[in-house]
Design a binder for this molecule. Structure first.
Ligand code: DC
Length: 216
């Protein structure tokens, strides 16, 4: 079965989608990681959003399996360098280019093919796998999302300020939700899950109960 897990930045969707993949033993595809990889390459190679299609000629590889997605550029794994808000901003700018997004949708469909997957992102339920029988839209209050991202980046030893992260998240939400083409919104048949006052374990149990219900 294909399961779509969408939501805004720092909503907890990555943590939940990864755990869900592990609990169900099916591969995990983090689509945002590919947007981030291309955002990073665009930044390094000074590729403007209007030239974004050029990025598909880069030497990149994607690997995904239960609980993990990995991306490589020129044979080197990219991970920590993709985490910051600056790369997230570049990724979001690329996401505004309709032709680029169409190629990304194609790429994700080709990567997954007919196999089962927990795919996580912004438009999995609406555009990548609209046929997925189970869709979740994970959300939380903006301040709570900023607090989580702040703690996450700080625990990785990055110098960050809460106010700056809050501002960056608000700006990115505004751009992601208001793109003229492919605006970011929940699929009509998505289960909306608000994680603001829930622990990861509570939310995961809630999601698993919906999965079990569907499997019956
Ligand atoms: O999930 P994330 O925060 O790592 O994603 C980074 C950016 O990439 C996000 O702000 C918008 C873009 N993105 C997208 O447009 N579509 C996706 N399916 C995933 C990410």
């Amino acid at each position: 079965m294909k399961i779509a897990v969408d939501g805004p930045s720092a909503s907890g969707k990555s943590t939940l989608a990864k755990l869900l993949s592990q609990r169900l033993g099916i591969p995990y595809l983090e689509t945002g990681l590919l947007y981030r990889m291309f955002g990073y390459i665009a930044f390094k190679e000074k590729v403007k959003p209007e030239e974004a299609l050029k990025l598909f000629d880069e030497d990149f590889r994607v690997f995904f399996d239960v609980g993990k997605t990995e991306v490589y550029w020129k044979g080197k794994k990219l991970a920590e360098e993709l985490k910051g808000e600056e790369v997230g901003k570049y990724a979001s700018l690329l996401g505004e280019v309709p032709a680029f997004r169409e190629r990304m949708i194609e790429l994700f469909r080709r990567l997954v093919g007919g196999v089962q997957v927990v795919a996580e992102g912004r438009d999995v339920g609406t555009h990548i796998f609209p046929e997925a029988p189970l869709k979740f839209f994970i959300t939380a209050l903006t301040e709570e999302r900023a607090r989580r991202r702040y703690l996450e980046l700080k625990s990785k030893g990055l110098e960050v300020s809460y106010e700056e992260i809050l501002k960056a998240i608000q700006e990115r939400d505004l751009r992601d939700f208001n793109r003229p083409v492919y605006p970011f919104k929940p699929a009509e048949d998505a289960h909306i899950i608000d994680t603001t006052n829930k622990t990861v374990e509570e939310t995961l149990e809630l999601i698993l109960s919906i999965v079990r219900e569907k499997e019956r």
